[in-house]
Ligand binder design. Sequence first.
Ligand code: FAD
Length: 401
Amino acid sequence: MIEYDVAIVGGGCVGCSVAKHLAERSNLDVCILEKEYHLAEHQSGRNSGVLHPGFNYPPGSLKARFATAGTARLKEYARENGIPLREFGVVVVARDETEVARLDTLRAQADENGVETEIIGPDELAEREPHAEGVAALYCPEAASIDSQKYVYALATEVENLGIDFYLGHRVEKVRHGESGHVVETSGGSVSARYLVNAAGLYADRIAHQLGVGTEYQIVPFRGEYYELVPEKRYLCETMIYPTPDPELPFLGVHYTRRTDDKVIVGPNAVLAFGREAYRNTQFDLGEFAETLRYGGFRKLIASPKMIGVAWDELNKSYRKGKFVEASRRLVPDVREADFRRSFAGNRAQLVDEHGELVKDPLIERGPDSLHVLNIVSPGLTSSLPFGDYLAEQVLTDIDG
Ligand SMILES: Cc1cc2nc3c(=O)[nH]c(=O)nc-3n(C[C@H](O)[C@H](O)[C@H](O)COP(=O)(O)OP(=O)(O)OC[C@H]3O[C@@H](n4cnc5c(N)ncnc54)[C@H](O)[C@@H]3O)c2cc1C
């Protein structure tokens, strides 16, 4: 059996970033165990690819801290490694006075988080985004688009060059903890490791539960579906157009993102996925779906009248293109149904606690000789470099004891 100091489960942007920072700060023998044969197959490659600079996260929260630092670091990393990056900036559009008041709150948060923003009127909005409709907007020049799949491949190449062993096609099935660390059984054989980092994304709770960690939580997969504008209508969005977030709602509404390849994606919505990696309405994993339905935290979550309303709206947008287009038209009234075609989908590993609350901030828990990333929802991609750095520091503290 091959022996390592640290085994990392999951080769997404988080697992790779932890590996990079461990390799840069220590001489430990580290490996990454990844169940897929290709990288970026799940969250790290199925997202909007937006660097969120942190204007909409509460000051002092881990989200704000990692997003702000992460945007700057990821831009620099992209430039150094030839990863496609477009520094478009974003407009967050307010459609009425209630939303204008919320923009002021966002602006104050941005100031506290050290993020550059300005409130612009309808004339400047029309100059930046001629087809967006609003009475005002918050403009943040620091937001950017990145090719997230190329980013993960660049990180993985770097960690391999730093001497980390990368095992693709190795699904971690069982973790046993003993006196000298862990025996990790995978579909490709076993490895032993003094320390385990669980960065398994949509399956992080399963790995954690095996070691008695985070048993009061479960991951509930929420699918985010995207449409994209047909090429001849891409002019309707020049950069990124976002709605003003509603603090009462769990997910930001549908928005427009111009990607590094110039495609304009519209979405995502948020519907319950019928399996952790079920990316279409026709895909079912009965065991996993039943596991979600049986979970008391999930039942409490959907029992609230607010969530029932949200779920109904989101389902409508998933099954009826007309409803999705209607929601999109609130930001860009000129779009028509024929301007949209279906694009990809990505599933969020949303942690839900036993009381039915969605966990919003990053959540990391320690277990026996192990660290578990239980929650790293959006802006997890943006945050990945400082977040991996932070996790590596925790691992080194634990190992040096
Ligand atoms: C629809 C959507 C849009 C988003 N938009 C943005 C955005 O615009 N900006 C932003 O900053 N963030 C965004 N995010 C969030 C961001 O994508 C995630 O926070 C981030 O990718 C999480 O990375 P990860 O490495 O933890 O997870 P993942 O990328 O899911 O990686 C986990 C890896 O673990 C592997 N794995 C799982 N189980 C096992 C096992 N048993 N054995 C071995 N390997 C295993 C998986 O195959 C996977 O490769 C979005 C997410 C979604 C879903």
